[in-house]
Design a protein around this ligand. Structure first.
Ligand code: AMP
Length: 284
């Protein structure tokens, strides 16, 4: 497994693979890897001849400088975790390689980037869309693998690939959870043991709400109950807790098409996000 820092070196590698007609996959990450990331790597290994994992803590997608400063950076450990998974290249460029002096372009996906995390983290999805577009250009990958954990991001990436005719196929991979149901996240490590024990209330409350909505309850009522349970467990704030259409993220009252519950909530100074499917209701 090679660690590559420059776009020129990455391109030379990929060009050789492509000459040999090998299928190239990419798994974009911000590092601080966990089993959720590794499941994307395994999906990529299963579908591609060559796999690139990118590790780049993208400053443009952090609207809060403190969050950027506190974001865990564990590159050596990340490399050790990836090594046994048959990854060909870890692309870990410095920020100056990604955003050289004079960088002036922004990719912005209207509509899909506006609600949920978009409403609470101004500029976040423009930063994501810009860096993902660049990573596709830099890696020239045939296939890219993203987690459903960041569902809104996945839909935005699908949209921009379609809109910009990018020759890359997007695969969404299911959310990996700890045994107590908490979605794995690089941010979970920042929770105190006491707060980590409380975190399971978020996915549980969401599951209960999903079950209530699927059996005919209104979204407003089910989500109000969930919000109360989350706050009573000790979360400081529920930023959003909403039922929306899975594909275009339109707000829904009832799951009359594929729908998901989306949540962001603060616990012990850490912002947790999650989303789960709501079983579809049969139209009456
Ligand atoms: P991040 O390093 O947090 O930017 O995540 C990199 C990729 O891993 C994104 O496509 C995420 O959606 C995905 N990912 C993060 N956590 C999980 C998880 N628990 N299960 C599956 N994929 C995940």
């Amino acid at each position: 497994m090679m660690i590559v820092r420059s776009v020129a070196e990455l391109r030379a590698k990929v060009a050789a693979w492509r000459r040999a007609e090998e299928i190239v996959g990419v798994v974009p990450t911000m590092g601080a890897l966990h089993a959720g990331h590794l499941s994307l790597v395994e999906a990529a290994k299963g579908a591609c001849d060559r796999v690139i994992v990118t590790i780049f803590v993208n400053p443009k997608q952090f609207n809060n400088p403190e969050d950027l400063a506190k974001y865990p950076r564990t590159e050596e450990r990340d490399a050790e975790l990836l090594d046994p998974h048959g990854v060909d290249v870890v692309f870990a460029p410095p920020a100056s390689e990604v955003y050289p002096d004079g960088f002036a372009t922004k990719v912005s996906v209207a509509g899909l980037g506006d609600p949920l995390c978009g409403a609470h983290r101004p500029g976040h999805f423009d930063g994501v869309a810009t860096v993902v577009t660049k990573l596709f250009g830099m890696t020239n990958a045939d296939r890219a693998f993203f987690g459903e954990k960041d569902w809104q991001q996945l839909q935005i990436v699908r949209r921009l690939v379609k809109d910009l005719n990018l020759p890359v196929e997007i695969t969404g991979c299911p959310t990996l959870r700890d045994p107590d149901g908490v979605a794995m996240s690089s941010r979970n490590g920042r929770l105190s043991p006491e707060d980590r024990a409380k975190a399971c209330v978020l996915p549980r409350a969401m599951q209960d709400a999903a079950a209530a909505i699927a059996s005919g309850g209104t979204a407003a009522e089910a989500l109000a109950t969930a919000r109360t349970a989350i706050l009573e467990a000790g979360f400081a704030e529920v930023e959003y807790l909403e039922l929306r259409a899975a594909e275009d993220l339109a707000p829904l009252e009832r799951p009359d098409r594929p729908a998901r519950i989306f949540a962001a909530a603060w616990l012990g100074g850490v912002r947790l996000i999650d989303n789960i499917a709501v079983p579809e209701m049969n139209p009456a």
